[in-house]
Design a protein around this ligand. Structure first.
Ligand code: AMP
Ligand code: GLY
Length: 419
């Protein structure tokens, strides 16, 4: 089988890596891919891949933007199996306001909210006043995980409303906003494989670290690290989330004539009142994918092909080992990130027990590997416990350097102590 992976980040590197290990897969091609993906797959330009898309048996679309733009529909129309939702289903991530409408229709527990367009600043301010104290302001449209402000300060919340609605902060993506009541509790990412029917199969849960700084401080990022399994989310919790959140959502979509094929990623808060939905993403989480796939004992290709063709049947199996991933980012991330710094020490991570390094934002410059994005590398390690995996990941991360490198020191720290 020939598989095409669309995308160029750490998530796509881990997808290509897992697919390359499948006995059913003869060739993995990535478009456009990246330097690291080049070790496990052939990388070609996206236009070339799409021009010849009928030569693939399966296409897996990694990032949200092409899904929101309808790439899955285009490829499906050409008769090729696609793992990734249609444009209509991708609207779940493309518009947070619409996602909230679907959640309400499905009876899914989620934060109280209201949506406002740029002409309704005064109404937005008035709604903020009705919230009990933790304020959340989000862009309606896509903003690479950075368009969310969570604050206890009403002044800061009002400032965010003003700069989002004016278009100053996020352009068109912020000219409509969602304001929400803040929820408290540990977060959980549950990625479910969907095949267009109302049944879905969960992958092992993961926890992501969204803020840039240790102790969950500083601005939101695309994700600074992740681990799996999550001790606070056992099998009962996963079943509850599937029954109360994921399955009712698939049913609400189906009522609107929308079928869902691909990953439905529920971002959840485990509150004292039970799990509540924060948001849906319509693709594998990044960096969650990088810690979930190394734990998969069953075949990723088989799951994706079955889902793409509407015939999920093979059970998801996982290894007992835990997995921890630490994201190494450039100076300035998540603001304007400096790129072009030479990355040192990657060779010293090769051959370390359980360690894999996925490339997120790197490029070759002559003989050098240099930084080419905000998030540069994901250092991932498996181990018999979270603590062991964590120690391995940090020991490998310590080998790598470039000027201004930044990473969190507390990924999976608390979970590691608990296990
Ligand atoms: P989102 O892009 O909607 O996933 O939001 C990004 C991050 O902001 C989430 O992972 C949470 O850490 C935080 N967040 C979003 N909505 C809420 C909420 N209603 N209450 C508390 N934190 C939130
Ligand atoms: N890690 C968060 C995301 O993939 O959106």
């Amino acid at each position: 089988m020939r598989v095409l992976v669309v995308g160029s980040g750490g998530r796509e590197h881990s997808l290509a890596w897992a697919l390359a290990r499948s006995s059913a897969v003869e060739a993995v091609v990535a478009a456009p891919g990246n330097v690291g993906i080049g070790d496990v797959a052939e990388c070609i330009p996206i236009a070339e891949a799409l021009g010849d898309v009928e030569s693939f048996d399966l296409v897996i679309i990694g990032p949200e933007q092409p899904l929101v733009d309808g790439l899955a529909d285009e490829i499906r129309a050409r008769g090729v199996a696609v793992f990734g939702p249609s444009r209509a289903a991708a609207h779940l991530e493309g518009s947070k306001a619409w996602m909230k409408e679907i959640a309400a229709a499905a009876g899914v527990p989620t934060a109280r909210f209201a949506a406002f367009t740029h002409t309704r600043e005064a109404d937005a301010f008035a709604f903020l006043e009705t919230l009990p104290g933790l304020y959340v302001v989000k862009t309606d449209g896509l903003a690479a995980g950075k368009g969310v402000i969570v604050t206890e300060s009403l002044v800061e919340a009002r400032d965010a409303v003003r700069s989002y609605l004016s278009g100053d902060s996020f352009g068109a993506a912020g000219r409509t906003i969602v304001i929400e009541e803040g929820m408290r509790g540990p977060e959980l990412s549950l990625l479910a494989i969907c095949d267009g029917s109302l049944a879905a199969v969960p992958l092992p849960p993961a926890q992501d670290f969204k803020r840039i700084g240790d102790g969950d401080t500083g601005p939101n990022t695309g994700g600074m690290g992740a681990y799996s399994p999550v001790p606070v989310a056992g099998a009962d919790m996963v079943e509850l989330i599937m029954n109360k959140i994921v399955e009712p959502t698939l049913a609400a979509l189906a009522q609107r004539g929308i079928e869902y094929r691909g990953i439905l990623y529920a971002g959840l808060m485990l509150t004292t009142e039970g799990p509540k939905l924060i948001e849906y993403n319509i693709r594998f989480g990044d960096p969650e994918c990088q810690v979930v796939l190394p734990r998969l004992a069953s075949d990723l290709f088989t799951h994706c092909m079955e889902a793409a063709t509407g015939m999920l049947s093979t059970p998801v199996r996982t290894i007992e080992d835990s997995c921890v991933g630490v994201v190494l980012a450039t100076d300035g991330y998540p603001g304007s990130a400096r790129t072009g710094d030479v990355i040192q020490g990657l060779d010293a991570t090769i051959g370390r027990d359980g360690v894999t390094v996925f490339h997120a934002g790197t490029r070759r410059e002559g003989d050098d590997l240099v930084t080419a994005g905000g998030r540069v590398l994901d250092v991932v390690a498996t181990g018999s416990t979270i603590a062991v995996a964590r120690a391995r990941a940090y020991a490998a991360a310590a080998c790598i350097s470039w000027p201004g490198i930044q990473f969190r020191g507390d990924i999976a720290e608390l979970a590691g102590i608990e296990t």
